[in-house]
Write a protein that binds this ligand. Structure first.
Ligand code: SF4
Length: 339
């Protein structure tokens, strides 16, 4: 905090944050810091990375692991919650720490990168479970690994299962776009037996800088589609205007708005959560304003590992004279035959 005080005018709320053994580290990249207005306490980028006193609170049903990942883990790093896909926690380290991070039970705990033993155990698990079609390579941020560390993990997993689709989950294009080098992309292209997808997290249009857009373009130009998973965050993007602007800009940058996540019940994140009713009103308005391509799925990962469910109101109102009755996004009535 003392270092941060030299570059930002900190509020009492921010100064009141206390580091504890369970808190996320405080780390912001100089690049991301340069995007923040030092004099605006409500800057939507600042809210994502500067902790406040509210992070020390545990509210209501909050827990450190609301998705029950630990219960679905094989060892410390392999999570098998859905039948056809697994997540592998390649490292717990990030280039900067988002205060809304849902995996704070693990993130930034200084476990470091997965060991060779952990990687080969995960590869064996993949070999034994043909039902797994996709792997989320995640953490932490996988691009805190060196290229050679990352490539050797991918090599092990692709060797075990050449047809495995791998999702590369990283916020690096947002927080440190210079990490996306030509060497990284060229190295990934060598593992061409199956598809990669880039899963990135832009939450506000000001994060879509020319540098960030170019970083993502390197993946897309190499045949790796880019998908965005925003989190609905109070004071950051909790309005239809903010999200409409973001989603349209993402599409223009060849990034598909994929999910808009409702905040999980993670300890210390209550100040970010948007009431469900407000979230669903935003979703309805976005559906009216955005194209299908630009529209993300608003979803909630249910507590206690219940899985993801979409949060959208029904447009079906029932049956009338053997016809289905619908309500259009603009509020008009339409009928469609039942057979
Ligand atoms: S980059 Fe991802 S894992 Fe790291 S703190 Fe942010 S949300 Fe959490």
């Amino acid at each position: 905090m003392t270092e941060l005080e030299k570059v930002l005018n900190l509020t009492q709320e921010e100064k009141g944050w206390q580091e504890s053994p369970v808190s996320l580290p405080l780390l912001i990249t100089p690049y991301y810091l340069s995007l923040i207005d030092p004099n605006d306490p409500d800057d939507p980028l600042r809210r994502q990375v500067v902790p406040t006193v509210s992070e020390n609170l545990e509210v209501g049903l909050e827990t450190p692991d609301p998705l029950a990942e630990v219960d679905h883990s094989h060892g410390e790093r392999l999570i098998h919650r859905y039948e056809n896909r697994v997540a592998f926690l390649a490292t717990d380290l990030c280039a900067q720490y988002c205060r809304h991070c849902f995996r704070r039970r693990f993130t930034g705990n200084m476990h470091g990168p997965a060991t060779q033993k952990e990687v080969s155990e995960a590869a064996s698990y993949l070999s034994e479970h043909e039902e797994i079609k996709e792997m989320l390579l995640t953490g932490g941020d996988i691009l805190t690994l060196s290229d050679s560390e990352l490539f050797s993990m991918i090599e092990a997993f692709r060797k075990a299962r050449p047809s495995l689709v791998i999702r590369l989950c990283t916020r690096m294009p947002v927080v440190l776009p210079s990490r996306i080098t030509d060497e990284l992309i060229a190295g990934l292209k060598k593992f061409n037996t199956a598809a990669f997808y880039l899963m990135v997290q832009f939450n506000h249009i000001r994060e879509l800088t020319p540098q960030a857009v170019s970083a993502v373009a390197k993946f897309v130009d190499a045949g790796i589609p880019a998908m965005n998973q925003s989190v609905l965050l109070r004071g950051v993007n909790d309005s239809a205007d903010a999200l409409e602007e973001l989603c349209n800009a993402l599409v223009a940058a060849r990034i598909k708005p994929y999910y808009l996540f409702q905040g999980d019940l993670v300890t210390g994140t209550s100040s970010f959560r948007v009431p469900l009713e407000q979230g669903m009103a935003i979703e309805r308005e976005l559906r009216r304003r955005l194209s299908g391509l630009a529209m993300p799925v608003y979803a909630l990962d249910l507590p206690q590992g219940g899985g993801k469910v979409p949060l959208c109101g029904s447009y079906i109102e029932g049956m009338q004279d053997n016809m289905w009755k619908f309500r259009t996004p603009d509020g008009q009535e339409r009928l469609y035959p039942s057979s």
